[in-house]
Design a protein around this ligand. Structure first.
Ligand code: FAD
Length: 369
């Protein structure tokens, strides 16, 4: 029998840490969850402002094809029937996303799928590449010149702070193109926003579990390493190993949130801003995630930024250099009895349903259930 105070110390209360803690607590394991932020929930944390649920770390739309994951989250909170239908502003004109017959009608005036397919194929034949070497070549090979120049190039360069010719082709593996008049961004069977916000989901997962906020693992590492049989670490893996193989790089974001004295600012939850001369990539109008009827509105402008260790790490930069350093850290982690999980510890972009599935799998593996 263990003499330690906890079975699990869980570093980070994002979805990975919270799902792991819930599963462990359910089978009678004693857990402590710590988080360096002042709030629980990691990037899905929301705050109420003017009775509107504001997504503090960027807009989060839950979507999955996996019924098990959908049922899992629905144990804790019900979801509304929000369908994500973003639009993109380019040169002052609005285009529907993802690329579909509405976009093609707006762009070329065409109304038949045959005509749209013909235009795209002609452009791919003229401008595409057999072995695309960078993001620009990749996008031209997938959707042709018009969509690339109007709706991809400037947006992506703003997002990553680099020229499309200098970005790896792998960033765009697929570009969903749909030849129906369907603006639903996701193809998944299940989609929605938790009614009352993501905090309800996190509260449900962490109910009855000891938590400490404003508590950074590295501020008292020696102590934290002694208090449990097993550590579940969801922070940065390079930091855990004292940056032994160098720092893994990220792209950061800055959010500017404003209260506006109008009922409706943009009639949609998300409008992308494509043009290079506009410094933000999108404006989120939070009330539309929950069909809000409040008299005022809250919007957030999202500005992509260079990352430094003082800023929040949002998107891993999975280029060759970073991936190769990450693999070295991953190798080290194989010989440790710490469980590394989630977007920072695995240095990868995860959607919420994926991170939940990963936490459930790692928990099962640990407990051989
Ligand atoms: P996090 O949520 O980041 O949680 C990690 C936690 O660990 C944080 O709270 C952090 O403070 C804490 N921590 C780190 N280091 C330490 C330490 N040393 N000591 C103590 N605590 C520490 N997914 C979707 O499915 N749909 C979307 O629409 C969507 N939109 C997104 C928009 C943006 C802008 C971003 C960046 C991501 C989006 N995601 C979306 C992805 C989603 O945010 C992630 O899948 C999910 O939040 C990852 O959970 P996590 O537990 O791995 O990490």
């Amino acid at each position: 029998m263990s003499t330690k105070e906890y079975d699990f110390l869980i570093v980070g209360s994002g979805l990975f840490g919270s799902v792991f803690a819930y599963e462990a607590n359910k089978i009678g394991k004693k857990c402590l969850v710590i988080d360096s932020r002042k709030n629980l929930g990691g990037n899905v944390y929301c705050e109420k402002m003017e009775d509107i649920t504001v997504h503090k770390y960027g807009p989060h739309i839950f979507h999955t094809n996996d019924k098990k994951i959908w049922d899992y989250v629905n144990q804790f909170v019900s979801f509304n029937n929000y369908i994500h239908t973003p639009v993109s502003n380019s040169n002052g004109n609005l285009y529907n996303l993802p690329f579909n017959m509405n976009t093609f009608k707006q762009l070329w005036g065409v109304e038949s799928p045959e005509k749209a397919i013909e235009i795209i194929n002609n452009q791919i034949n003229e401008f595409g590449f057999k072995n695309p070497k960078n993001l620009e070549q990749q996008a031209l090979s997938l959707v042709g010149k018009d969509l690339y120049l109007l709706l991809i190039k400037q947006f992506t360069e703003k997002q990553w702070g680099r020229k499309a010719e200098n970005l790896p082709a792998s960033i765009i593996k697929r570009l969903p193109v749909r030849f129906t008049f369907d603006n639903n961004y996701f193809n998944d069977k299940y989609q929605g926003i938790p009614i009352g916000g993501y905090n309800k989901l996190i509260e449900g997962l962490l109910k009855g579990i000891e938590v400490k906020t404003n508590c950074n693992f590295f501020d008292d590492r020696a102590y934290f390493e002694t208090i449990s049989d097993c550590i579940v670490f969801t922070g940065k893996i390079d930091e855990y190993y004292n940056f032994k193989y160098g720092k893994l790089e990220y792209r950061s974001l800055r959010f500017e949130t404003e209260l506006l004295d109008v009922k409706d600012f943009q009639s949609n939850a998300m409008v992308n801003y494509n043009d290079a001369n506009i410094p933000y990539t999108r404006i989120i109008e939070h009330k539309h995630f929950e069909f809000g009827e409040q008299p005022t509105t809250i919007i957030t402008k999202e500005f992509p930024e260079e990352w430094s260790t003082k800023k929040e790490a949002f998107y891993p930069i999975n280029d060759e250099k970073n991936n190769s350093s990450y693999l070295k850290y991953k190798k080290l982690s194989k010989n440790s009895n710490v469980i590394f999980g989630g977007r920072l510890a695995e240095y990868k972009y995860y959607d919420m349903h994926q991170v939940i599935a990963s936490a459930l799998n790692k928990f099962k593996k640990k407990n051989a259930l």
